[in-house]
Design a protein around this ligand. Structure first.
Ligand code: FE2
Length: 317
């Protein structure tokens, strides 16, 4: 069976990358810009330069991404800057990362999306540094490394938001990433929910669509988290007619024997699901649909703190 994953991949030419770096560096050097206080300004600076220097096919592919219902998009070879040491404690001096933030937030704007943070995670900060934080050792969190992070969606304990609502109250529709360093060459894996559903029998699908599950908050949530979501289905059909799901193996339980059995079948299918295996490199930007894609990261041994794997993640709606 072939994969149903729709994954658009683009690469920026070196010449365009260099022009982008020069222009964005000049703009952000005029002032001090913080990703939480100045996110709209940073996004504006980045989007303006990206529109000027990216070729038409990349601009077009970015603009139609959400409406086209693609699962994921990768844009590689974007400008990098002089990066500080990996902030393994979780937070960096954001003003030092203005070029990176302008590109990251500019790409989110080109995609027609709005970046947002939630109060119950990451201290409410917009950008999550996906780093091996020693304090998160042994947890299945984006700050972990030594535990495998099985196929999941982010913040699945939140309901799905109606179109046009405040995204902070709901499961994040999109996850975006900008890669700073990944010397360990650890892949981020994405799989289309459609590929899971076609491998499930009708009966299992019916049970997964019944409100017979409880889905709790992931380890990355702070103490004042919301949830769990009780008597909820794992699988739904969205207003666009597409499948969408909420799932985290560690926090999703069936409330009836039939639900437990369906969840077991779901997990078995996931063990053998076709997936894109992506080793993000410095300057790579990626977005995927958090409701229609499951993602995972296997356990790994990080490099020493200063050069350990470092991705930047931002929710978008
Ligand atoms: Fe995740």
């Amino acid at each position: 069976m072939t994969s149903l994953l729709q994954f658009a991949r683009y690469r920026v030419e070196d010449s365009a990358r260099d022009l982008l770096r020069k222009e964005i560096s000049a703009r952000v050097s005029e002032t001090s810009l913080d990703s939480d206080l100045d996110d709209a300004i940073l996004g504006g600076i980045g989007a303006y330069a990206l529109r000027r220097h990216l070729p038409g096919d990349i601009l077009q592919g970015s603009q139609v991404f959400t409406a086209a219902g693609s699962h994921a998009l990768l844009l590689s070879n974007l400008p990098t800057q002089d990066f500080p040491a990996t902030p393994v404690s979780g937070f960096a001096d954001e003003s030092e990362l203005a070029v990176t933030n302008a590109i990251h937030l500019g790409m989110i704007r080109l995609l027609g999306c709005t970046p947002f943070a939630v109060s119950y995670e990451n201290d409410g900060r917009l950008i999550r540094n996906v780093v091996p934080n020693p304090a998160a050792s042994g947890t299945t969190s984006s700050w972990g490394a030594d535990s495998e992070f099985f196929w999941h969606s982010d913040n699945p304990h939140q309901p799905f938001g109606p179109p046009g609502s405040d995204p902070r109250l709901y499961a994040p529709p999109y996850l975006t990433f900008f890669a700073i360093r990944n010397e360990e060459r650890i892949p981020t894996e994405v799989a289309a929910l459609d590929d899971v559903v076609v491998r499930l029998d009708e009966e299992t699908q019916t049970v997964l669509r019944a409100p017979e599950f409880e889905v709790g908050a992931p380890d990355s949530n702070d103490g004042d988290t919301i949830g769990p979501l009780v008597k909820t289905p794992v699988l739904e059909t969205g207003p666009d007619g597409r499948h969408r799901a909420r799932y985290d193996r560690g926090t999703t339980v069936g409330l009836t024997p039939a639900a437990q059995q369906a969840l077991e079948r779901w997990r078995e299918v996931l063990l053998d699901i076709p997936a894109a295996d992506l080793v993000l490199r410095p300057g790579d930007f990626m977005i995927f649909d958090n409701l229609r894609v499951l993602h995972r990261r296997k356990a790994f041994t990080p490099h020493p703190n200063t050069t350990a794997r470092w991705l930047r993640r931002c929710y978008a709606a």
